[in-house]
Ligand binder design. Structure first.
Ligand code: HDE
Length: 714
């Protein structure tokens, strides 16, 4: 197979345009002489209908908007490539997975789910992680999330879920938030959502960066080899930078200070050459093991614990190019889990099966025509020939009189391909069953893996889940909904429910003998067949589920940002000492000062300021450093400076100071709380010391210093 790394860029280049040194024209190519004045009957007279230039400009503007995605409306994307590192020809005939070193172009789009296009990046929400592979055998889309399970087991409930989480229909409140009555009303009646609820109430739902998220295909898929044999797989993306999050207070403040935080972070990292990278892994489950586990592989509310089936890394993805045009690329890209290539196939997961209908259907209203595959970003780099014709905005000019198959007038072309010629053929699964509207008995466990997830968290992570639930349910106005939720939480973990109840000033209800009527018919209720049960997980603790314990977490600080707080008289040597140490680790120090412009240094030079306390805040940085040489008293009286450093302390970030600046730490409101265990407060009497700089970058590798929050979940 030939390396296609640059093939998609070459393909896109034919649609690119650049107006530099060119004349302004109409859409019809007529050069425009005056773009500032409409054609009027006299200088002060009415505009003339014949002004085709004005009409064209305004008409185009009037129609600029297209419907936003019904979910995942807010997102950012980038180009890159996927490279096979560990080929798996024994498992799949997919060409793009078969040869070591083979590179396939990709476009990845990351998104929040509930918010509108203009909403904040830092909403508490799952994140979309969709990757389009432009393979030689056609488009393959891996449309994943940063959470490995989903709220519901059957696609039939998706519109209800989305209606419940979106802003309430009567007043369109709240935006990009699940903390409201309709969402929790629905969830409290859907016990199958409890595993996903544990994940979205954890810090996974507030990532530090798109570049620091895992991705999961959620459903079980199939790989098909040359012999037509199937193997079940689960897809995993593992970020090179580790999996990291912010804390909720920080997320809320970032939303105010910079709602584009993740978008900007992705953009800047790529512009600076810090190319985001993930490994692609698969969990391989032989067909014979389909019924081996206490959960059903087809149930999208379940994971396959890595302790049962480890993740095998097969390749890596690098994102190395920002889009040229947000609308043309990131907005118009159309993903679909049904875009598969020979060698990959579906499982019967009922959520996946529903998705297979939904994605093309939604593009028809979002992009407006069945020809959305011709939009440059969606165009396959494999040749496309068929008898699909016409429709709105058709681009392709199909020659000849034949637009049907079979035909003799066109010599039978285009030909059907045999399997040996790369023709797609669905996995030959035997299905022999009655048509039923039923949920499988094997989907009945709604609490076992929710408990596994909760039990696998560190105390700090557990306390964040408690706080998140107190926040979310605290925003719910209907008491009965809060109480119902406490009842469900108690079935995950009694202590969890008690802790949440304490924050709500409520009492955990006894576990109901008779389940709540969730709208099922009375016969079903009596049979009890569909009622949730707990099945104990055979794995009781999994490090891979905790971000703090996650074995893939990496100590690298590449692309991290540090605020260097400067005021008049700051030591240039001290500033440069840390800046250079950071640069060596591919991280960045930026100067934050009481005002913009420049700050005079101790050696009568000056240092350029990047942000003032008004334009930045410590939530936008990973650590804070206060260099020697300041007027400490002046900074200590500056409320903005105090809030800046105090927030960094509260959010468990590294705070460092050297020389005289140590004094400032002693004047901070948190000074009396600093314990010897807190390795995140780094002080050095000696200014600009090399050891201090080394200790600083090493300490940053810890990311957060949770000791400050210790004892919270006791
Ligand atoms: Fe989606 N989902 N989804 N979804 N989904 C869409 O398609 C849908 C689900 C995911 O960056 C929509 O083009 C149904 C699971 C991502 O463009 C829509 C069901 C997972 C994206 C749709 C699900 C996802 C979408 C909206 C349940 C993780 C954004 C716009 C049966 C594996 C892709 C669009 C992008 C987008 C339907 C559940 C991931 C309406 C019906 C589970 C990452 O078609």
């Amino acid at each position: 197979m030939k390396n296609l790394q640059d093939e998609k860029q070459r393909d896109l280049s034919i649609n690119k345009s650049d107006g530099t040194n060119k004349f302004l024209t109409t859409d019809q190519g007529v050069r425009i002489n005056d773009d500032n004045n409409s054609l009027k009957a006299g200088e002060r007279g009415p505009s003339l209908l014949e002004d085709f230039i004005l009409r064209e400009k305004i008409t185009h503007f009037d129609h600029e908007r297209i419907p936003e995605r019904i979910v995942h409306a807010r997102g950012s994307g980038a180009h890159g490539f996927f490279e096979v590192t560990n080929p798996i020809p024994e498992l799949t005939k997919a060409g793009f997975l078969k040869e070591a070193g083979l590179k396939t172009p990709v476009f990845a789009r990351f998104s929040t789910v509930a918010g509108s296009r203009g909403s904040t990046d830092l909403a508490r929400d799952a994140r979309g992680f969709a990757v389009k592979f432009y393979t030689q055998e056609g488009i393959y889309d891996l449309v994943a999330n940063n959470i490995p399970v989903f709220f519901i087991q059957d696609a039939a409930k998706f519109p209800d879920l989305v209606h419940a989480v979106k802003p309430e229909p009567h007043n369109e409140i709240p935006q990009a938030a699940s903390a409201h009555d309709t969402f929790w009303d629905f969830i409290s009646l859907m016990p199958e959502s409890m595993h996903m609820i544990m994940w979205v109430m954890s810090d996974r739902a507030i990532p530090r960066s798109y570049r620091m998220m895992e991705g999961f295909g959620v459903h079980t898929f199939r790989l098909i080899n040359e012999a037509g044999e199937s193997t079940f797989v689960k897809f995993h993306w593992k970020p090179k930078l580790g999996t990291h999050a912010v804390v909720w207070d920080e997320a809320q403040k970032i939303s105010g200070k910079n709602p584009d935080f993740h978008r900007e972070d992705l953009w800047e990292a790529i512009e600076m050459g810090n190319f985001p990278e993930w490994e692609l892994g698969i969990q391989i489950i032989p067909e014979k093991d389909e019924h081996k586990y206490e959960f059903d592989l087809l149930d999208p509310t379940k994971i396959v614990p890595e302790e049962l089936v480890p993740v095998t890394i097969i390749g890596r993805m690098v994102l190395n190019k920002n889009p040229d045009n947000f609308f043309a690329e990131t907005e118009q890209i159309a993903f679909h889990p049904g875009h598969i290539v020979p060698g990959i196939d579906f499982s019967n997961d009922p959520l996946l099966q529903g998705r297979l209908f939904s994605y093309t259907d939604t593009q028809l209203s979002r992009l407006g025509s069945p020809n959305f595959h011709e939009i440059p970003i969606n165009r396959s780099i494999a040749p496309v020939h068929n008898h699909q014709r016409d429709g709105h905005m058709r681009q392709e000019i199909n020659k000849g009189r034949v637009s049907y198959h079979p035909n003799s007038l066109g010599g039978g072309c285009p030909y059907q391909a045999q399997m040996s010629q790369g023709g797609f053929s669905s996995f030959n699964e035997r299905v022999d069953a009655h048509k039923v509207r039923e949920r499988s008995e094997s989907f009945r466990d709604h609490f076992g893996q929710a408990r596994l997830f909760f039990n696998s968290q560190t105390d700090i992570e557990k306390s964040h889940i408690v706080k998140a639930l107190r926040f979310e349910l605290g925003k719910v106005e209907t008491t009965a909904i809060r109480v119902r939720m406490l009842g469900l939480l108690a079935q995950v973990d009694a202590q969890l429910a008690e802790k949440v109840a304490l924050g709500l000033g409520a009492i955990v209800p006894p576990i109901l003998e008779k389940p709540i009527n969730r709208g099922v018919s009375p016969e079903n209720e009596i049979s009890g067949k569909h009622e949730p049960q707990t099945v104990d997980s055979s794995v009781t603790n999994s490090d891979a589920l905790s971000m703090v314990k996650n074995p893939t977490n990496s100590p690298t600080i590449a692309s991290r940002k540090v605020a260097i707080i400067c005021a008049e008289g700051v030591s240039e040597a001290a500033v440069m000492n840390i800046k250079n140490a950071l640069l060596q680790k591919d991280a960045k120090g930026v100067v934050v000062a009481p005002h913009l412009g420049a700050i005079a240094t101790d050696n009568d030079k000056s240092i350029a300021v990047n942000f003032s306390f008004l334009t930045a805040s410590s939530v936008l940085f990973d650590a804070v450093y206060i260099p020697h040489g300041h007027d400490v008293d002046a900074l200590a009286k500056n409320d903005d400076a105090i809030e800046f450093i105090n927030d960094a302390y509260k959010h468990c970030k590294l705070i460092a100071a050297d020389g005289d600046a140590i004094e400032l730490i002693n004047l901070m409101p948190f000074a009396f709380k600093i314990s010897n265990d807190d390795k995140g407060i780094l002080l050095s009497k000696e200014a600009a010391s090399e050891t201090f700089a080394k200790n600083f970058t090493t300490a940053m590798g810890e990311h957060r210093f949770w000791e400050r929050e210790a004892n919270l979940y006791k």
